[in-house]
Design a protein around this ligand. Structure first.
Ligand SMILES: [Zn+2]
Length: 330
């Protein structure tokens, strides 16, 4: 039999991904108690959990980057039904001490016009929030594009933003084209399409590059952005199910000691990421032994993973993130 990716990587065990701590002017100097990390010089604003440059931390592919894993083993990672082989989702923890820029991301169509494979729709799951914390998701009703332009020029764009108060456990959907801004006071788990395009409209005079023309091309006066009501099902809570991703909370009962995490229909199984919003867990299987899930860490579960159980090893609050692909419209 010829050696193909399919028969060599018939089964691929889940693996832990090493987070990357990314410097941002608006970030934190000391990440405790979220991460055991202190910034050396520039503050850290983003913890990239599934970036293309994040290193695989466990298993036979340890040391490779996540981007290399998708390039070498797209089907083992994503399954048979994925329309493309590259990494679909970028998951981050956002730690803001100051306001982020007011920004917008392009949709798929506009991103392709500028040579990128996809646009960026994202969502924010609130891990913690101080009293009074807010984010901006969209423009106020009645705001025109001329008002947006005038707001950029006059430094008054904030007045046009729709502010949302946030509390721990909230989910906010931010589709491409939504003018948005993250403000300090909350810690967010951000799930987004794996795309590099951010168009800054306004940045409080911090000297970073602005992309005013492109941001006006990408911005929409009305979008679907806003808070999403959680859907409580028997075996999980769906926090958001969008065109590009699904984010769910999976209860792991200590009394049962473990919960099996494969989907009902094995043939449709795709990639999943497991994130410990609180506490720690352990994946265990006859097929691969154990993989530890640290607090605020990520384990990637390839489409071809053997069946496994997950154990709560201390206060685990488990979030599962899975990619989706929109129906083809072209
Ligand atoms: Zn954004």
């Amino acid at each position: 039999m010829p050696v193909t990716e399919r028969n060599v990587f018939a089964a691929m065990a889940p693996f832990r991904v090493e987070p990357r701590f990314v410097g941002r002017v608006w970030g934190w100097k000391d990440l405790h108690p979220w991460y055991d990390r202190t910034a050396k010089d520039e503050p850290i604003g983003e913890v990239w959990l599934t970036g293309d440059d994040c290193a695989v931390a466990t298993g036979p592919h340890a040391g490779k980057t996540l981007g290399e894993i998708f390039a070498e083993m797209p089907r083992a990672m994503l399954g048979e039904n994925a329309p493309s082989g590259d990494s679909p989702l970028l998951i981050k923890v956002i730690l803001a001490r100051e306001k982020l820029s007011v920004q917008v991301h392009p949709d798929d169509r506009l991103a392709r016009k500028y040579g990128e494979p996809r646009g960026k729709t994202e969502c924010w799951y609130v891990l913690a929030a101080e009293a009074g914390a807010q984010v901006a998701a969209g423009l106020k009703a009645g705001v025109t594009m001329d008002a947006v332009k005038a707001g950029i020029e006059g430094g008054t764009l904030e007045e046009s933003l729709k502010m949302l108060p946030v509390h721990a456990g909230d989910m906010i959907y931010v589709d491409a084209g939504t003018v948005h801004a993250i403000w300090p006071g909350s810690v967010l788990l951000e799930t987004q399409q794996n795309c590099d395009l951010t168009y800054r409209m306004y940045d409080y005079g911090r000297g970073r590059e602005l992309h005013i023309e492109k941001s006006l091309e990408a911005a929409r006066l009305k979008t679907k952005a806003g808070k999403v009501m959680a859907k409580v099902l028997e075996d999980r809570t769906v926090l958001v199910e969008g065109e590009y991703f699904c984010v769910e909370r999976i209860p792991v009962e200590v009394s049962r000691s473990s919960t099996s995490l494969r989907r009902e229909d094995e043939s449709k199984a795709g990639l999943a990421y497991l994130f410990a919003a609180e506490g720690t867990g352990r994946l265990a299987s006859a097929g691969f032994g154990t993989v530890e899930l640290p607090a605020r860490g990520i384990v990637a579960v390839p489409a071809s993973s053997p069946v496994f159980a997950i154990q709560d090893t201390g206060g685990l609050d488990l979030i599962r993130i899975t990619p989706r692909w929109p129906e083809k419209t072209e």
